[in-house]
Design a protein around this ligand. Structure first.
Ligand SMILES: Nc1ncnc2c1ncn2[C@@H]1O[C@H](COP(=O)(O)OP(=O)(O)OP(=O)(O)O)[C@@H](O)[C@H]1O
Ligand SMILES: [Mg+2]
Length: 438
């Protein structure tokens, strides 16, 4: 079945958008605000981990996104592939919230399984409740349960299952309708290494196709025993392939599990009711690698490089373009230039507004004019940088840089250079020729 053209948001647009979300519990003297101005955009097919101390508001924000609690202030929009537009949760009627919940697969701490139903019946129940036509065959439920290590327990009722086994039934129930958005609160907290790995690997593969080598590393070789890493059996590997035929599911997972952290596309951190950091793992890598190519940043410590990189990362995969909406955000450390626009002009003096640039997308040409008209001296592209020389030497720009196509650049201000100058200076003196002063 080919998806309708509207089943995914327009290119560059998120599947989930959260803006200015606050939340307060209680009333009168007992009134406490627990969420403060939260903003987040999650792109289709992303696996996002949310971390943060106990009580920081992770579960609360998850329940708001899931339409399980009314939004008091702010906006939460979720792309509805069937409607072909965003559903706004703020001010939605109860009937509309029910429709929103149908878009989502929930894996919550209290799994709410029906005590009187067997594992397989609990899942079938969710299917009947949520699937509008095109119900998934029983075969799929069997595959899911077998993959999750519950082949022998399919017909047990919750009372006969351990906490971890119940949690896995809840995972199967959340995934059986192939939701586009999966919200999970500590989904692996009660799981052994193999089940934990099975859950996270399935979520990853539901999001997008993985490199076969990456998957091969997770599979036990014939005759090998299980170890503490919980690698998958060959049977699980086959089932994984069959279960994850449909892609594009987005997951937002609250977890403290470090085994999962390093499998994420993005890590969001909450402190005292606010999302304080939002790191796209690939973007962090892209920026850090780019910075390290510049002599100035190569001279400082890796932790310092990381801090600078995190300071300019915008929480968007470097493959994705900055939307107009995002570009308009004040103080965004990325600037967008149209083809033909000058990013740097020869002769411009260095002042506090001067910046260093790292190319995020697009292409530029460097021109120098020795008095006889401009000559192209270089062409720069993805992950290349420019503009550091003037900030190091304090001399006017020695060339112009012009966008050859739509170009996005990460910008680092002069004050950052000042901050690290004392460290970089001795190193830079030695490689002065790089910057060609005087
Ligand atoms: N129904 C409620 N009524 C009043 N206060 C609440 C309610 N639910 C949560 N809180 C408070 O809101 C704050 C955030 O709680 P939340 O459950 O979102 O934290 P959390 O980050 O999920 O923590 P944990 O990691 O322990 O699960 C806490 O101070 C909590 O006491
Ligand atoms: Mg919680």
């Amino acid at each position: 079945m080919t998806p309708a053209p509207t089943s995914v948001p327009p290119v560059g647009q998120p599947l989930l958008r959260i803006r200015g979300v606050n939340h307060t519990f209680g009333s009168g003297d007992a009134k406490t605000q627990v969420l403060f101005d939260n903003n987040l955009e999650v792109m289709p097919g992303e696996l996002v981990i949310m971390s943060g101390p106990s009580g920081s508001g992770k579960t609360t924000i998850l329940t708001l996104i899931g339409g399980l609690r009314g939004i008091q202030s702010g906006e939460i929009d979720i792309w509805d592939g069937q409607l072909g537009k965003y559903r706004s949760l703020f001010g939605s009627s109860d009937a509309d919230l029910v429709k929103v919940r149908r878009l989502i697969g929930f894996i919550f701490q209290r799994h709410n399984l029906f005590d009187s139903l067997q594992a397989v019946q609990n899942i079938r129940m969710a299917q009947q409740l949520f699937t509008e036509g095109g119900a998934t065959a029983d075969e799929d439920i069997h595959k899911l349960l077998t993959y999750l290590g519950l082949a022998q327990r399919m017909h047990y009722k919750p009372a006969g299952l351990s906490g971890g086994q119940r949690q896995r039934v809840a995972v199967a129930r959340a995934l059986v309708n192939r939701p586009k958005l999966i919200l999970a609160d500590e989904p692996t907290a009660a799981l052994d290494a193999n089940s934990g790995l099975a859950v996270i690997t399935l979520l990853q593969n539901l999001a997008r196709e993985r490199d076969p080598d990456e998957i091969a590393k997770l599979i036990r070789k014939p005759g090998e025993h299980d170890d503490e890493t919980g690698r998958l059996t060959e049977e699980q590997a086959v089932l994984l392939k069959e279960l994850a035929v449909q892609r594009g599911s987005t997951s937002l997972i609250v977890t403290h599990d470090s085994r999962i952290m390093n499998r994420a596309d993005r890590i969001v951190h909450m402190e005292r009711g606010k999302i304080v950091s939002n790191v796209v793992v690939a973007e962090r890598l892209f920026v850090t690698e780019g910075l390290r190519k510049a002599a100035f940043f190569a001279a400082i410590l890796p932790e310092q490089q990381q801090t600078i990189a995190d300071g300019i990362c915008i929480g968007l995969h470097p493959n994705l373009p900055v939307s107009e909406h995002l570009a308009a955000r004040p103080g965004l450390p990325v600037k967008v230039f149209a083809a033909g626009q000058a990013i740097v002009k020869q002769g411009d003096p260095v002042d506090d507004a001067s910046e260093f640039y790292l190319i995020r997308q697009g292409k530029v040409r460097v021109e120098r004019d020795a008095g006889f008209g401009p000559t192209k001296v270089a062409e720069l592209g993805l992950q290349d940088f420019f503009g550091d020389r003037a900030l190091v030497t304090n001399e006017p720009r020695n060339g112009s840089v012009i966008a050859e196509e739509r170009t996005e650049v990460y910008c680092i201000g002069r004050e950052t250079f000042r901050k690290y100058e004392a460290i970089s200076r001795p190193f830079i003196m030695r490689i002065r020729d790089v910057y060609g002063t005087k």
